[in-house]
Design a protein around this ligand. Structure first.
Ligand code: GDP
Ligand code: MG
Length: 325
């Protein structure tokens, strides 16, 4: 359209250099939209099903972007129209009566830090307290929100959706109300387009080079390995493998991570541990800082050193350690 406008102006012979500049800045201005989005809704609404369908394993790797310290990123969708960064909002999905004031403050903080809320509800069941709770959060936040009515494949008569749509439209000014099926993949493309439409004008927040499809366990192990190499210099370089042996997120506010550092000889173990444990503590502190930045939460990180003689030459050990070359 802009090109057309420009061409039209050119034909009329009235385009000055200056105007040309203005038009091209208009073109780049009407470019992409990108932002942080919280997908919220009571348990069982279908949030994970939708996220899995949309983003697979792709997540943001360590990034120097300031916002990432505040957000736990669940996944990123990049389209020609822009980029959606889905973030976790801890506590939002719990029933309200269980939350104390401090938890509620954390919930509000999470909600207020995003550009758009996407409220999902299961359209195939009648509404309960949980829906009321998340709906009230949306209403009180003053944030722009899109309503997603999920599981329409279970709604036999599409006309049954109309009273539900009307009910929500009367209670809140949603930017959009969109019936979908996350499971069957119905109306998902349109959902993305509609979400992007309501994000701020901005280039993608994360570039392709900042994303990875490596599982979190491997990323964490790599961070620990990097700190060991930095800290030990030439002493130890190629004899270490790091394996994340436990990644327990049952307390999402403080995931527990155990990493094993494999070396071949007791002398190497001594080097990694350092005098009075100084070196491994330093490695742990630095690695933990990186991991916390990546996950957007505090973590409990435990490192231990295992001596497995000649592990690099033993196929069985390599399998156990999880290394393939
Ligand atoms: P969450 O608690 O919001 O993350 O919900 P889940 O994504 O775990 O989904 C809860 C259940 O609903 C699962 O058994 C899903 O397979 C199912 N589900 C999710 N979306 C749909 C849908 O569009 N249609 C149907 N029929 N089932 C769905
Ligand atoms: Mg879920």
């Amino acid at each position: 359209m802009m090109e057309e406008k420009k061409a039209r102006k050119r034909e009329s012979g009235k385009v000055s250099e200056n105007e040309n500049e203005q038009i091209s800045s208009e073109i780049s201005h009407s470019q992409q939209r990108s932002g942080y989005v919280a997908l919220i809704g009571r348990p069982n609404a279908g949030k994970s099903t939708l996220l899995n369908r949309l983003v697979g394993e792709k997540i943001a790797a360590v990034s120097n972007k300031p916002q990432t310290t505040r957000h736990k990123i669940q996944g990123i969708v990049t389209k020609p129209e822009g980029q959606i960064v889905f973030v976790d909002t801890p506590g939002v999905h719990k029933p309200g009566f269980l939350l104390n004031r401090r938890m509620m403050a954390a919930v509000h903080d999470a909600i207020l830090s995003v550009d758009l809320l996407v409220l999902m509800r299961d359209a195939s069941v009648s509404t309960g307290n949980g829906d009321r709770f998340v709906f009230d959060l949306v209403k009180d936040s003053g944030k722009k929100a899109v309503l997603v009515l999920n599981k329409i494949d279970k709604v036999k008569e599409k006309g049954e959706l109309l009273p539900l749509i009307e009910h929500y439209a009367n209670e809140f000014q949603f930017e959009e109300i969109l019936p979908i099926s996350a499971l069957k993949g119905e109306a998902i493309d349109n959902l993305l387009v509609q979400i992007i439409k309501h994000l701020p004008e901005s280039d993608p927040i994360f570039g392709e080079d900042e994303m990875t499809d490596q599982p979190m366990r491997m990323i964490v192990a790599e961070m620990v390995r990097e700190k060991i190499l930095q800290s030990t210099g030439e002493e130890i370089p190629y004899v270490t493998a790091v394996v994340t042996e436990m990644f327990d997120e049952s307390n999402p506010a403080m995931p527990k991570i155990f990493c094993a550092i494999y070396v071949e000889r007791a002398s190497q173990k001594k080097i990694i541990i350092g005098k009075g444990g100084a070196r491994i503590r330093d490695v742990g502190t630095k690695a933990r800082a990186d991991i916390e930045k990546l996950l957007g939460t505090q973590v409990f990180l435990k490192l231990f050193v295992k001596v497995v003689e000649n592990w690099r030459n033993q196929e069985r050990n390599l399998d156990e350690i999880g290394i393939t070359e």
